[in-house]
Design a protein around this ligand. Sequence first.
Ligand SMILES: N[C@@H](CCC(=O)N[C@@H](CS)C(=O)NCC(=O)O)C(=O)O
Length: 258
Amino acid sequence: MATEYLPPPLDATAEEPALFDGTTRLYMTYTCPFAQRAWITRNFKGLHDKIKLVPLNLQNRPAWYKDKVYSVNKVPSLEHNGKVMGESIDLIKYVDTNFEGPSLLPNDADKKKFFEELLSRIDQFAGLVFTTFKGDSTTEAGTAFDRLEHALTKYDGPFLLGDEFSLADITFIPLVERFQIYLSKVFKYDITAGRPKVAAWIEAMNKIDAYKQTKKADPKEIVALYKMMFSGIVVVVAGKEVMKSPPSYDFMFVYGSE
Ligand SMILES: N[C@@H](CCC(=O)N[C@@H](CS)C(=O)NCC(=O)O)C(=O)O
């Protein structure tokens, strides 16, 4: 499809949309990896006209978002059929099941089981990489990417569940995209070296338009953000210390720029 117009993020001064008027809205930010999962899913299923993107400026959020849309006050969230739901993994499953377009999960029961197994390992995967970010050894990140390499052998790639791009790839790629940048720039560590399956997976992913359209993470900002998060600097916003120790997984993407 032609390049989609991406509206500017809404800040605290933005008027609220006509909430619950039947429009399906994906509240998101262009740089959030969790929102990116829902965005890729929407794009792949060809739902550009059915699910409207509503980008928010997280540093200066409109109050109506927390008050009237999603009290958790995070992105992504989806307004659909008079309800709002959040949590990126739940959202991508919901969008896949409840909207038209190509299915993003195979029917095969073993593959479905493996998908759930992969989901249960994502925090551990990210945790290993963050251990590397906090120190100066790439050992833990190496272990994480060895495990990804191994996972990709299960159905022989190029995607996590075999030949077909699926929700499993959508779950991992936004994080891998950012980890690859940081490990390469700061640690001079190439996650694809000696890992042919990871290399082929990233290459295959980069051919998927639905994903390409969502690649908005700026390498300079990623480096600055992770450096800040893992350097022990205390971040003060409006007179309050907001840096959590150890840095929280959810928090770390908030202060990326829009
Ligand atoms: N577990 C949530 C995480 C969502 C999340 O942490 N989003 C961040 C932006 S990347 C956010 O909205 N943070 C706002 C805040 O913590 O105040 C998911 O997978 O959807």
